[in-house]
Design a protein around this ligand. Structure first.
Ligand SMILES: [Zn+2]
Length: 335
């Protein structure tokens, strides 16, 4: 099933934040799926258009420090947002942030973000019920336990999984993060949770691994926090990407099969992705489809339920990558 609600998003402009809306990635995908002659007439069989908004502060605290969670609900909110969304430049001036143009109080952003987190949670019980579910949203894998980072205020992946585990929905899970960027926040949060194994396959160089591994005071740069399983792809190694991913999954399988796999399905390794930091990884449209199909099939063959979130994808062409996989998988599951 595909889970999508157009209201579960952050309307940055309404808070005076000039981050361009990337809604077209989702709306173009939905349009293409609805216009498909096979899928269109059967929308009720593959689309869930809303989900309960049930996640709150206590859910945040399973993944984040109580100090950071407290800041999001108190006076520390503005500072946390400025950091997570990179709204201050090197000189300390506002960058892309014009509070005088805001229509809404900043606290509304936390509510918007929690709606997205609720979607990332909803995909889990649905996947466990039907075997596969895909939330067209979410994937904020750069948020660390104590701070937001890289446009990610909170880590929806970890918040959702830790709630589901507490509810007894699974005992053992894998996170398979196929976004172009390293899932650095997820690595740090999940380090304390042996029953959730986090794999990230990402660009060997570039953001967030473009700053030194250790800071001047000798402390570890959190973006380099060791993950359970990291696979580094160098520029030019695109053709090896999916084989490497499959090999890693087969290795992980030797330690036992999980009850659930949570896929952070970023489409930013695509060659037409427009975010400058992803320009070193240039997978073709065909390679992207092969990646998604082989990952899906690996899990389906083993009857492992998979819960997917959309994660990164930037520019005018990202929707093509979501669409080609969703058309394939939704039709396969209908027939
Ligand atoms: Zn990314």
């Amino acid at each position: 099933m595909l889970i999508y609600n157009p209201d579960a998003k952050i309307s940055f402009q309404r808070y005076g934040i000039q981050i361009p809306s990337l809604d077209s990635r989702k709306t173009n995908t939905m349009k293409a799926l609805r216009e498909d002659p096979e899928l269109g007439p059967r929308e009720g069989e593959w689309l869930i258009s809303d989900f309960p908004r049930i996640l709150g502060r206590e859910d945040l605290e399973r993944a984040h420090t109580s100090e950071y969670t407290g800041s999001l609900y108190g006076e520390g909110l503005e500072a946390a947002l400025l950091a997570a969304y990179e709204l201050v430049d090197e000189k300390g001036n506002y960058n892309r942030y014009e509070p005088e143009n805001a229509e809404k109080l900043l606290a509304g952003i936390v509510e918007d973000v929690m709606n997205i987190v609720s979607g990332s949670y909803a995909v889990i019980p649905e996947a466990l019920k039907s075997g596969f579910a895909y939330f067209l949203g979410g994937g904020m894998h750069h948020a660390h336990p104590g701070f937001g980072h890289g446009f990610c205020l909170v880590n929806d992946i970890c918040i959702a999984l830790l709630r589901a585990r507490e509810e007894g929905l699974f005992h053992k899970a894998w996170i398979v993060d196929i976004d172009a960027h390293r899932g650095d926040g997820t690595a740090e949060i999940m380090a304390d949770h042996d029953d959730i194994t986090a794999l990230s396959i990402h660009m060997a160089k570039g953001w967030p691994l473009d700053s030194p591994q250790y800071r001047e005071d000798g402390s570890l740069n959190p973006s380099w926090f060791p993950g359970d399983r990291d696979i580094l792809i160098e520029s030019g190694e695109e053709a090896l990407y999916t084989d490497r991913l499959m090999d890693a999954l087969k290795e992980m399988e030797k330690e036992g099969t999980p009850d659930l796999v949570f896929v952070v399905g970023g489409v930013d390794p695509y060659e037409k992705d427009e975010l400058p930091s992803t320009s070193v990884l240039n997978m073709t449209k065909e390679q992207m489809l092969e990646r998604d199909q082989r990952l899906y099939s690996f899990l389906e063959e083993r009857s492992i339920p998979s819960a997917w979130v959309a994660a990164g994808g930037y520019g005018a062409s990202s929707w093509e990558i979501h669409t080609q996989f969703l058309k394939w998988v939704l039709k396969k599951r209908l027939s």
